[in-house]
Design a protein. Structure first.
Length: 319
C-alpha cells in the first residue's frame, strides 16, 4: 500500500514541511488563487515524471512553471518587453505566459514536452507564494486532479482524486477565482485558454484584439483536449429549464435549480462556484440515479467565457 497523503496546515510549519518534501523530489498539492496545483521541482526529471504518473497525464501535455518573482521567470524564459508589460500588469495573478524557453533554463525537458516554449505563471495566493519562497526554485504544477477530471478548488477535492498518490496537500481553504489561469502566447498575441483574467482585460492592456488559438511558433495549448472536467453524469448546456431525469443548475434569477452557480447572476461568483457545483451536482445525480446535469445559459463575456469553455469540455463526448 502507498503511504497516506499528509494534510499540512497553511502556516509556517506547513510551508517548511512542504518545501522540505519538494526539495526531496516529492509532490505537494498547494492552493493557488485559481485551483489547487500539484507541485514538484521543475528542475527534477524525477519529480516531473512523478507528476505525470500521479495524474495519469499524457506526456505530450506540457506543464506550467510557477515562480516567486519576475527575476526567476527571466532566468527560465526570454521575456520580451511586451511580455514584461503584461507580467507587470497582471502578476501576481491568474495569467500564464507562453514564452521562448532559454536553453540554459535548467528546467526538466519533460516540463515543456519537447516544445521550445515554456508556460510561466506567478500566482497571487499567499500560500503558493510562501511555498515558492521557502522552496527557492521553480515549481511545475498542473491542476491537482486525475487527468481529464474536474479540477480541485479545495484540499478535500485534491484528496478525493489523488489520496495516497502524493506526499502531502496544504489546506489553504477554497480557491477564490475557482477556475484556471488564462494562457496566452505572444508575437503575435493569442489566447490559448480563457481563464481567470478576462480576455477583454488583456486586449485592453495589449491595445489589440486577442485572437483565439495557436500559431506556427506556439501550438494551441496541447492540454486543451476536448473532453475534460468530465463528471460521471452527462452535461447539457444552455438549458431553459429542468427536463425529466436531470439535475438543473441555474444562473441568476429564472427557473429555480437544484443548485445555482450564482443566484444574483454574478460571473465572478459563478466562476468561484463552478467546479464545486459540478462535483455536488454529480454526487446528487449519482444519489438520485439521474444521468444528466443541465446548465442554464451563462453570458459569454468576462469570466463567463472561461466558465463556458470549461462547461463545453465537461459536455464533450468522452474518449
Ligand atoms: O491556474 C492554473 O493555470 C493552474 C494552477 C495550478 O496554476 N494550472 C493548470 O495547469 O491549469 P494544467 O496543467 O491543468 O493546464 C496547463 C495548460 C495545459 O493546457 C497545457 O497544455 C498548457 O497549459 N501549456 C503548458 N505549457 C505550454 C506551452 N509551452 N505551450 C502551450 N501550452 C502550454
Ligand atoms: Mg488541468
Amino acid at each position: 500500500m502507498s503511504d497516506p497523503t499528509e494534510i499540512l496546515p497553511a502556516d509556517v510549519g506547513g510551508f517548511a514541511k512542504a518545501a522540505r518534501l519538494l526539495a526531496q523530489g516529492a509532490l505537494v498539492a498547494i492552493p493557488t488563487e485559481t485551483v489547487y496545483g500539484l507541485a514538484g521541482d521543475a528542475r527534477s526529471d524525477h519529480a516531473v515524471a512523478a507528476i505525470f504518473a500521479a495524474k495519469g497525464r499524457p506526456q505530450f501535455n506540457p506543464l506550467i512553471v510557477h515562480v516567486a518573482d519576475l527575476e526567476l521567470a527571466e532566468q527560465i524564459a526570454e521575456v520580451s518587453p511586451a511580455a514584461r508589460d503584461l507580467a507587470q500588469a497582471f502578476w501576481p495573478g491568474p495569467l500564464t505566459l507562453v514564452l521562448p524557453l532559454r536553453p540554459d533554463a535548467g528546467i526538466s525537458e519533460l516540463v515543456s514536452a519537447g516544445h521550445d516554449t515554456v508556460a510561466i505563471r506567478l500566482p497571487a495566493h499567499p500560500v503558493a507564494r510562501a511555498i515558492l519562497r521557502a522552496f527557492g526554485g521553480p515549481l511545475a504544477a498542473p491542476s491537482a486532479n486525475p487527468s481529464g477530471k474536474i479540477s480541485p478548488t479545495t484540499a478535500r477535492h485534491v484528496l478525493d482524486g489523488l489520496s495516497g498518490k502524493i506526499a502531502a496537500v496544504i489546506d489553504g481553504g477554497a480557491c477564490a477565482v475557482g477556475l484556471e489561469s488564462t494562457i496566452i502566447s505572444l508575437d503575435p498575441p493569442r489566447l490559448l485558454r480563457p481563464g481567470g483574467v478576462p480576455a477583454e482585460a488583456l486586449a485592453g492592456a495589449l491595445g489589440a484584439t486577442l485572437p483565439q488559438g495557436g500559431n506556427a511558433q506556439s501550438p494551441n495549448a496541447p492540454g486543451q483536449l476536448s473532453s475534460h472536467y468530465a463528471p460521471g453524469a452527462g452535461v447539457r448546456l444552455g438549458a431553459a429549464a429542468r427536463q425529466p431525469g436531470e439535475i438543473f443548475i441555474s444562473f441568476g434569477p429564472g427557473p429555480a435549480g437544484d443548485l445555482s452557480l450564482s443566484p444574483s447572476g454574478d460571473l465572478i461568483e459563478g466562476a468561484a462556484n463552478l467546479f464545486s457545483t459540478l462535483r455536488a451536482a454529480d454526487a446528487l445525480a449519482q444519489a438520485q440515479g439521474l444521468a444528466t446535469i443541465a446548465f442554464a445559459p451563462i453570458p459569454d463575456h468576462g469570466l463567463g467565457a472561461a466558465i463556458n469553455d470549461r462547461l463545453r469540455r465537461a459536455a464533450a463526448p468522452r474518449s
